[in-house]
Design a protein around this ligand. Structure first.
Ligand code: ATP
Ligand code: MG
Length: 361
C-alpha cells in the first residue's frame, strides 16, 4: 500500500499503573483499524515516559518543555496518573491537570454507556435503553486551585484553610452552550443542569442564571435544573430521564464515577478533555485511575481506554470508524469476554484480541 491519505499524530502518555496497560490496548485497536483502512488513514504515535516513575528519577512529573513538545500533536492519548509513592496532588497537578489547564481543555465529556452482557445494578426488567453523557466543566469551579492554609494566624490546633470555587460568567456560558449543542445532536434533546444553588448562593446561582439565559437560544432542547443530591438519586432511580447532564468540575467528577459504577465498572468509562476551539490538542483518557491494586497483572479492563480512543476518532472526524470500534466492544462484551471487574475471567489482552477480531468481522 502507498502512503496513507491522512496521518493523525498522537502523543501517547501512558503514565502510571494500569495506564500503561490500557494505553497499549487502545493503540493496538487503533493500529488494527488503520491497517484495515486500506491506506485511507494512519496513526503516527510518539510515546512520552512521564508519570510517577519519571518523577522519582528526575523530580519532575513531565519535562519542563513538555507542553511545547505536546502542542503540535493532533491529540493526546492518556493513561492514568498517580502512584502511592508520590502525593496525589503533586502527581495530578504536575501532569494531567497541567495539560488540561494549559491546553484550555475546558469541556470534559464522559458518556455513561451500558454494555450488553455486563450486569448493571440499574438494568430494569423491561430493558429500558439507558444512555447519557456527563459534561464536566473542566477549567474552573471547585478545582480552580484557589485558597490557602494557616489563615488564622494562630497556633497549632487553630488552623484555618480556605478552598475557593471560581465561577465566571464566560466559563458558565461556554460549558452551557457546549451542553446544548451536544443535546441538539442527540436523539433525546434534553439538558439537565446540576448545581447546589440553594446552599451556595454566589457561584452556583451565577451558573443557574447563565444556563437559563443560554437555554433561551435552544427552544428545541428541553431543560431542567436539578440539585446535585437529587441528581444522585435520579441517576439510580430514573436514569431513563437523562440525556446530557452538565455540572461543575467537582459535581461532574463525582456523578460520572457514579455513572460508570452504575454501568458496571469504573474500567468501562471513557472520556474526552476537549479544547473545542481546537487551538490546542484535546486529550482522551479513561475515567479510572492507575489502580495500583491490580496494576501489572493483565487484569485491567481496557474498555474505558478503548472507548476513549473511539472518542478520539470522533474528534478526528472518523465517526464511522468510531462506530465500528464501539460495535466491536459491544460484540465482545455480549460474547462474555469480560475482565474480572465485570465478573469475567478474561485478561486485558483477551479483550483486546476479541475487539480486534470483531473489527474485521
Ligand atoms: P484516581 O484518584 O486517579 O481517580 P482512584 O484511586 O480513585 O484513582 P482507581 O485507580 O480508578 O481509583 O481505582 C478504583 C478501583 O477501581 C480500584 O479497585 C481499581 O482496581 C478499580 N479499577 C480502576 N480501573 C480499572 C480497570 N481499568 N479495570 C478494572 N478495575 C479497575
Ligand atoms: Mg477517583
Amino acid at each position: 500500500t502507498g502512503p496513507a491519505a491522512h496521518t493523525f499524530t498522537i502523543a501517547a502518555v501512558p503514565a502510571d499503573g494500569v495506564g500503561t496497560e490500557v494505553v497499549t490496548a487502545g493503540r493496538a485497536v487503533l493500529d488494527a483499524l488503520a491497517a484495515a483502512s486500506g491506506g485511507a488513514f494512519a496513526f503516527d504515535w510518539t510515546e512520552f515516559p512521564w508519570g510517577c516513575g519519571y518523577y522519582e528519577r528526575t523530580g519532575r512529573m513531565m519535562d519542563d518543555d513538555g507542553l511545547d513538545a505536546l502542542k503540535g500533536f493532533d491529540a493526546i492519548y492518556f493513561g492514568a496518573v498517580g502512584w502511592p509513592s508520590v502525593p496525589d496532588h503533586i502527581s495530578l497537578w504536575g501532569l494531567r491537570l497541567r495539560i488540561c489547564q494549559n491546553f484550555d481543555q475546558w469541556a470534559n465529556v464522559r458518556p455513561v454507556h451500558f454494555h450488553p452482557g455486563i450486569t448493571s445494578p440499574l438494568r430494569k426488567a423491561d430493558d429500558t435503553p439507558l444512555d447519557w453523557v456527563v459534561v464536566r466543566e473542566n477549567s474552573e469551579g471547585e478545582y480552580a486551585g484557589l485558597g490557602g492554609r494557616n489563615l488564622s494566624g494562630r497556633g497549632p490546633g487553630n488552623e484555618v484553610a480556605l478552598q475557593t470555587a471560581l465561577f465566571t460568567e464566560k466559563g458558565c456560558e461556554r460549558i452551557a452552550r457546549f451542553a446544548f449543542e451536544l443535546a441538539r445532536g442527540r436523539e433525546r434533546k434534553k439538558v439537565s443542569s446540576v448545581t447546589k444553588s440553594n446552599a451556595q448562593q454566589y457561584g452556583m446561582v451565577l451558573w443557574d442564571e447563565t444556563l437559563s439565559r443560554v437555554a433561551r437560544d435552544y427552544p428545541d432542547v428541553e431543560t431542567e435544573s436539578v440539585l446535585v443530591d437529587a441528581m444522585s438519586a435520579k441517576f439510580v432511580l430514573r436514569p431513563e430521564d437523562l440525556s446530557v447532564v452538565v455540572a461543575s468540575n467537582l459535581h461532574a467528577d463525582i456523578l460520572s464515577d457514579l455513572g460508570s459504577a452504575l454501568a458496571g465498572s469504573l474500567g468501562l468509562a471513557a472520556s474526552a478533555n476537549l479544547n473545542p476551539e481546537r487551538r490546542f490538542p484535546s486529550m482522551f483518557e479513561p475515567v479510572h485511575g492507575s489502580a495500583p491494586d491490580i496494576a501489572g497483572r493483565g487484569l485491567a479492563n481496557p474498555i474505558g481506554a478503548i472507548g476513549s480512543a473511539a472518542l478520539m476518532l470522533d474528534h478526528f472526524g472518523l465517526s464511522a470508524e468510531a462506530g465500528r470500534v464501539r460495535a466491536a466492544i459491544e460484540a465482545t462484551t455480549a460474547a462474555g469476554v469480560l475482565t474480572p471487574d465485570v465478573g469475567g475471567k478474561a485478561k486485558t489482552g483477551d479483550v483486546v484480541a476479541s475487539i480486534i477480531d470483531q473489527l474485521s468481522s
